[in-house]
Ligand binder design. Structure first.
Ligand code: FE2
Length: 377
């Protein structure tokens, strides 16, 4: 079990150093998809991404097809394998669609890789040059939970549209106002949450930012425990969930069963005007979880005054939570592929650096209603 600390507090692990891998930011998130062409179309039309670049048969890539999408500072790469023996083909067969790489831009990919491996990371791809007519990029990768990678990418004067191997293929999208990746949550097996939290402190130098235990995150049926790991600048936040015993199957168990193991549960995307973002996403057909109307009956009493009109909040089914630093507004999509695995969170922060602890109960009841429909509760 873990100790619960107040929202916003950081528990410094003595092994955590000051950014030992010299991580700058999340460079991109790569998602493996059965049909990248159609998935990219979905992210453009439903979420308002623009297409930046492409790699595939036409660019001389006979192994995979990838579409690079961007909105604000968010970059997604949607990749499909083209051959039977490709690792991504096995990934789709085993896990379905999902995140294969949370790629980090670092000062020096060789240094980050060597230091990570020295600190206990399992190597995936040795440092190497990736080059094309626009310049050279250094790349390497380590394994994190499940079949998920952290690539390390460094470059100083690369001039291409994205990375070597990609050609510009711009299609403007109608932005929904999504700005950046706020956090990326991993689901791991029972008993492995602390193992992976320790891994993020010893390998990446991250600190425990916030811990939730099953008293915070439980309903009558299911529960989960979560530790938020964050870099010193709190630019990169990776919460880790594990299932907690409940009367019925937890949403984390359902994920682990259908993803066939640990993986990314949700990607939270930050926006500056959630009313307009969510209105647009809903008009585009993005499906969100809804909480019962009773959630809104005493919302004002629970969270106090907020700047947004309460009627709009209720109409769009947006969730609100407050802590000592301010409040946040958030909303969760339903899973975005056939398996009940990965989903997205849309979040706007008004001072709060928390994760919406006050919404967990209402939210989990909503998730359990969906699990029951799938026969997975
Ligand atoms: Fe989240």
């Amino acid at each position: 079990m873990t100790a619960t600390v107040e929202t916003g507090a950081t528990v410094r692990d003595p092994r955590a150093g000051k950014n030992p891998l010299k991580i700058r930011n999340i460079h991109h998130v790569e998602l493996c998809a059965g049909n990248a062409k159609q998935s990219a179309f979905y992210y453009r039309k439903a979420f308002g991404f623009s297409q930046l670049a492409y790699s595939g048969l036409e660019t001389g890539n006979r192994e995979t097809t990838s579409y690079v999408l961007s909105q604000g500072k968010i970059r997604f790469v949607i990749t499909s394998p083209l051959t039977e023996g490709h690792a991504h083909t096995r990934h789709i067969g085993c896990h379905g669609d999902g995140v294969i790489d949370i790629a980090l831009q670092v000062e020096d990919a060789d240094y980050a890789f060597n230091e990570a491996v020295r600190r206990g990371a399992r190597p995936a791809v040795e440092p190497h040059d990736a080059a094309d007519q626009f310049g050279v990029v250094r790349r390497a990768a380590i394994h994190t939970y499940g079949d998920t990678l952290h690539s390390f990418i460094s470059y100083s004067d690369y001039k291409g549209a994205f990375l070597p191997g990609f050609q510009p293929a711009e299609i403007a999208g109608q932005s929904a106002g999504l700005l950046l990746v706020d956090h990326i949550v991993g689901n791991v097996e029972l008993g492995k949450m602390n193992v992976w939290a320790d891994w993020y402190s010893s390998v990446m130098g991250f600190s425990r930012y916030i811990t939730f235990d099953d008293k915070d995150i439980s309903t009558e049926y299911s529960a989960l425990m979560s530790i938020v790991m964050s870099d010193d600048n709190r630019l990169v936040k990776f919460p880790i969930n594990e299932p907690a015993p409940g009367r019925k199957k937890s949403q984390i168990d359902e994920y682990l069963e259908w993803y066939r193991g640990p993986g990314v549960q949700h990607i939270a995307l930050l926006c500056g005007d959630i009313l307009s973002t969510v209105s647009q996403l809903k008009a585009n057909g993005v499906e969100f979880l809804t909480v019962p109307d009773s959630y809104y009956a005493d919302l004002e009493h629970r969270v106090g005054g907020i700047e947004e009109p309460m009627e709009e909040i209720r109409k769009l089914h947006i969730l609100v939570d407050r802590d000592q630093e301010g409040y946040l507004l958030q909303l969760f999509t339903k899973p975005v592929q056939d398996r009940p695995t990965m989903f997205f969170e849309i979040i706007q922060r008004k001072g709060s650096r928390g994760f919406g602890k006050g919404n967990f109960k209402a939210l989990f009841e909503s998730i359990e209603a969906e699990q029951a429909k799938r026969g997975n509760l």
